[in-house]
Design a protein around this ligand. Structure first.
Ligand code: SAH
Length: 245
């Protein structure tokens, strides 16, 4: 009987250690990711760095890419779309200068990772995704992971989300040719929008709304994002073109 108890205790310890090791593997990688890829390139907002260390990026990408989840690059998330490089996620988040009370609009929910990064840093996140399956997956995942202040909607980001406007900050994670007017109108005066603008060569810009519809633009760095499209169909068309040999 005593031996039996010992075996049970041993198995319990083994299971506990395996679970702990699993949690450890990604946390160590996330810490290294922040140190080597993000801090070294000049992102220093401690609140942003902390969420980047504590958010399980591997849970937002396909299971077979888990091992490369914390590496220095973008990754595919299905439907021809990508999750941005960790440094770009951190940089864009830092540029929004969030203090905790903001209501933020994100265009391009994708995997939901950027929304998960914003969640603990603000009061409320509204996120729009044009591909239905991506919006549904991200909404389910974020709910399951208890990101309770994130609301995802399937729709066209060019229209913004008038119902909850104005926003203190807007983050656009797909590239439009020019800054969409509806988004400027839905930005609170004094608010900040971070957006990659352009076709092949894009610039990451900060748009500050001064007063009225007057805006100030500042270029940050050259970037490459997937295009911000005008309908879900455009995405499927461009996917078909990509696979023709
Ligand atoms: N922020 C995402 C990555 C975004 S990739 C993440 O953290 O995973 C860009 C996303 O923008 C894609 O999912 C794409 O489908 C979406 N998108 C493109 N055009 C859009 C539009 N007009 N409105 C809303 N989403 C759009």
């Amino acid at each position: 009987m005593c031996q039996f108890k010992f075996v049970i205790l041993f198995l319990f310890c083994l299971a506990f250690t395996a679970e702990k090791t699993d949690a450890d593997w990604w946390h160590k990688k996330a810490v290294m990711m922040v140190k080597n890829q993000i801090e070294k390139r000049g992102v220093h907002d401690e609140r942003v760095l902390r969420v980047m260390r504590e958010t399980p990026r591997h849970l937002f990408i396909p299971e077979n890419l888990k091992d490369v989840a914390y590496e220095d690059g973008p990754l595919p998330i299905g439907e021809g779309q990508t999750i941005s490089q960790p440094y770009i996620v951190a940089l864009m988040t830092e540029l929004l200068q969030l203090r905790g009370k903001e209501r933020v609009l994100e265009i391009g929910t994708g995997s939901g990772y950027q929304a998960a990064i914003l969640s603990p840093l603000v009061k409320q996140v509204y996120s729009i995704e044009i591909v239905k399956s991506l919006s549904e997956n991200a909404a389910n995942k974020l709910k399951k992971m208890q990101y309770n202040n994130v609301t995802v909607k399937w729709g066209d980001g060019y229209q913004g989300w008038l119902e909850h406007a104005p926003y203190d900050a807007i983050i656009v994670t797909a590239a439009p040719d020019q800054v969409p007017q509806a988004l400027i109108e839905q930005l609170q005066p004094g608010g900040i929008m971070v957006v990659p603008v352009g076709t092949h060569f894009q610039k990451l810009k900060i748009i500050s709304r001064i007063q009225g519809y007057e805006i100030r633009e500042k270029n940050i760095i050259p970037v490459r994002f997937v295009p911000m499209v005008h309908s879900e169909k455009t995405i499927y068309d461009s996917n078909k073109l990509d696979t023709i040999e």
